[in-house]
Design a protein around this ligand. Structure first.
Ligand code: KG4
Ligand code: ZN
Length: 334
């Protein structure tokens, strides 16, 4: 059987990315232009600035992805692009580039859900075995998803308020750490002690949902109280204690779900999957159990286009095609 070669495009937030992937598993090129430096001084992603950067970068990034893969347009079977969720102006840049190329080069177009992409980042490292449980932890999502086959997603739990990455970024902001806060807190936490007992939001006994806003408020209160009473609080300890609360709940709920659904594989996806505390805790919890745990390499956890090409390959092979009417959908459902 002939190889399937897919060009992936991702512009949903603050990375302009393009990648060529063979057979949904083999990265031929993976180009990511990060805008983090431009957003840092605002303490978060500014949508208008993100869109403009995508417009400036997209052509260069696409050319680089194709050159580095050593392919020509003749070799590419289809173009996969993130259609949502994300920032609408940012998404539109990728979607319009993909549509223009699909039209000009006469290639099939496949719209991809950003979270499906995060899940399929794992398939660039190892093959899937179903039923499979995916813990998705990113800046916008915290979800437990059960997959019985390719492209089939059953939501069994989700956050009721903040996403895990959002909580990291907000706490980092309170500690006056630069954006994005997740890696900063991760770094500080490694140097601190879990000396503060922040709450764990277990919710109802049988629930796989998450909640991080109470924890976030507890951290704010702790910082304010210390300030009022002119106590010095150790940022490392706050980071370590906050991270311990997030990691414990994520680990336990994932473990419980893996057991209840008796899955053959557990995978982790999204930017927070890069967190060293979470990786360690999950690896420990799953180490002597019957549920093999896989966490992708860190560079595949955060936003990239190889994951979009990988998820797009499955859709393409199943016969999914988007028309040239494809539109960005900021609140697309998985
Ligand atoms: O998946 P992603 O790159 O973009 C979204 O789709 O949201 O995730 C970005 C999120 C940010 O909130 C960032 O702070 C968080 O992932 N993040 C981390 C780490 N690296 C990135 N959070 C905790 N620890 C990390 N090492
Ligand atoms: Zn993402």
């Amino acid at each position: 059987k002939k190889d399937t070669i897919i060009l992936g495009i991702e512009t949903s937030c603050d990375e302009t990315a393009a990648s060529v992937v063979k057979n949904g598993r083999e990265i031929m090129s993976n180009v990511v232009a990060s805008q983090i430096e431009s957003h840092k001084r605002f303490g978060g992603v500014v949508p208008e600035i993100a869109s403009r950067h995508h417009v400036e970068q997209i052509t260069l990034v696409l050319e680089k992805a194709i050159t580095e893969a050593g392919v020509t347009w003749k070799d590419i079977d289809a173009i996969a692009v993130t259609e949502g969720p994300g920032l609408v102006g940012a998404l539109l840049v990728g979607v319009n580039a993909a549509k223009a190329l699909a039209f000009a080069k006469k290639k099939p177009l496949v719209g991809v859900h950003h979270i499906a992409g995060h899940i399929y980042a794992n398939r660039l490292a190892h093959e899937f075995e179903f039923p499979m449980l995916a813990l998705i932890v990113s800046g916008g999502h915290t979800e437990l998803v059960l997959m019985k086959e390719h492209g089939d997603y059953e939501l069994i739990g989700e956050t009721r308020d903040d996403a895990a990455g959002e909580a990291y970024d907000k706490v980092a902001r309170m500690l006056k750490l630069p954006y994005p806060g997740g890696p900063q807190i991760d770094r500080l936490a490694a140097e601190g002690e879990e000396s503060i007992n922040f709450p764990r939001a277990w919710l109802e006994a049988d629930s796989y949902d998450f909640s991080f806003s109470g924890l976030k408020s507890a951290v704010i209160n702790k910082i304010h109280n210390a300030k009022q009473r002119e106590l010095t609080l150790n940022a490392e300890d706050i980071a370590a204690s906050f991270q311990a609360s997030v990691v414990e709940v994520l680990t336990e709920k994932t473990y419980r779900a893996a057991k209840e659904y008796n899955v053959n594989q557990v995978i982790v996806a999204g930017g927070v999957a890069a967190n060293t505390g979470l990786r360690k805790s999950l690896e420990k919890r799953f180490s002597d159990e019957d549920f093999p745990l896989y966490i992708p390499p860190i560079q595949l956890c955060t936003d990239n286009a190889a994951m979009i090409a990988a998820a797009g390959t499955i859709l393409f092979e199943k016969g999914h095609r988007s028309t040239l009417d494809l539109n960005a959908n900021p609140s697309l459902l998985l």
